[in-house]
Design a protein around this ligand. Structure first.
Ligand code: ADP
Ligand code: TRP
Length: 327
């Protein structure tokens, strides 16, 4: 199975991103072809400061590697290190009907707000289609919000194939990540950057403790029986704990005599046990940035070799007869 997904380098990961996305991407590594890239070209539609982008790209690579992406099981690369993808974007653009892009949500939402959208945002889904089709990807793990883009990709591949030859592009399938585990934030609402209620994956123990202490609970007294099913602290704890540990804490909630402070300490301990090693690994990797660069370059080389094979097929299918000039 050929798996591919892209992650935009915008913002440091929080617990919602980890449990709702990153953990599930990483679980799919080790397939026949597992490609994961940092979508730096897509990020250019929102990040306009070169230093910020550079740093975010580096951060994303470190985050993924620290959280368990293994370079011998998965190919990690920067999107912009495979320039064939922008060529494929153009070729796809020539067969993309405007109405297909006009209904895509990022552009539509911006326009509905009366904001001026640029061509980059409008054609964002075509670049994403090129990302996917460039490597003959079969399975694309994405969150619900990206399913529309995979559908556009299928439409474009179908149209291209009907124009230029049935077997030219491989039709991908979205693998929708299980987001039924909607991770709650500090206020009990969905954890999200936009709500300012996040808990970062990479945090020092002292700060993490402080943040966890801010999780909102009801005002039941220590001796009162409590309901684990309506408590954000317990909801978060269950992400880290096994069935047995969940049961033990749930029983304590229901029995009374346990304050929320104790539940928060249990959550803190579980989070430290789970993310502590990744935190250490990230610091180690930061000090070995040459090695991280080597990983990205080796990844780009592998990805590019597949991209060359596909772009040759596509060029020849649509009648481009030349070859890129050798330098
Ligand atoms: P944010 O809402 O903080 O801006 P993003 O939209 O960048 O987060 O999220 C990237 C991915 O992380 C989403 O596609 C989704 O799968 C996952 N995700 C984000 N927040 C949560 C959450 N609270 N619960 C579950 N999954 C989440
Ligand atoms: N648009 C995706 C997001 O914002 C990132 C992305 C870019 C992607 N290219 C992709 C995801 C190709 C899957 C496949 O999350």
């Amino acid at each position: 199975m050929k798996v591919l997904s892209g992650i935009q380098p915008t913002g440091r990961p929080h617990w919602g991103n980890y449990f709702g996305a990153i953990q599930q991407y990483i679980a799919l590594q080790g397939n026949e072809q597992s490609f994961y890239f940092i979508a730096d070209l897509h990020a250019l539609t929102t990040v306009r400061e070169a230093d910020v982008l550079r740093q975010s790209i580096q951060d994303s690579a470190l985050d993924l590697l620290a959280l368990g992406l293994e370079p011998d099981k998965a190919t990690l690369f920067r999107q912009s290190d495979v320039p064939e993808v922008t060529e494929l974007t153009w070729l796809l653009m020539t067969i993309t009907q405007m109405h297909l892009l006009e209904k895509c949500h990022a552009y539509k939402d911006k326009k509905a707000k009366g904001l001026a959208a640029d061509a980059g945002l409008f054609t964002y889904p075509v670049l994403m289609a090129a990302d996917i089709l460039m490597y003959d990807s079969e399975v694309v793990p994405v969150g619900q919000d990206q399913v529309q883009h995979v559908e556009v990709t299928r439409d474009l591949a179908q149209r291209f194939n009907s124009l230029y030859g049935a077997d030219c592009l491989v039709l991908p399938n979205a693998h929708v990540l299980d987001s039924s585990a909607k991770v709650p934030g500090l206020d009990g609402e969905k954890m999200s950057k936009s709500y300012n209620n996040t808990i970062p994956v990479f945090e020092t123990p002292r700060k993490l403790k402080k943040i966890i202490n801010k999780i909102v609970t009801d005002s039941k007294a220590l001796e009162d029986a409590k309901n684990p099913d309506t408590c954000a602290v317990f909801d978060l704890y269950r992400l880290f704990a096994d069935e047995n540990q969940r049961q033990v804490l749930a029983d304590k909630y229901r029995a009374g005599g346990m304050g929320y402070g104790e539940a928060k300490t249990a959550l803190y301990d579980a989070a430290m046990e789970s993310f502590g090693p990744a935190f250490e690994k990230r610091i180690e990797l930061e000090n070995r940035s040459d090695e991280v660069e080597d990983i990205l370059q080796a990844g780009a080389k592998r990805a590019r070799s597949k991209a060359r094979e596909v772009i040759e097929r596509v060029r020849s299918a649509c009648g481009l007869v030349g070859k890129p000039a050798e330098l």
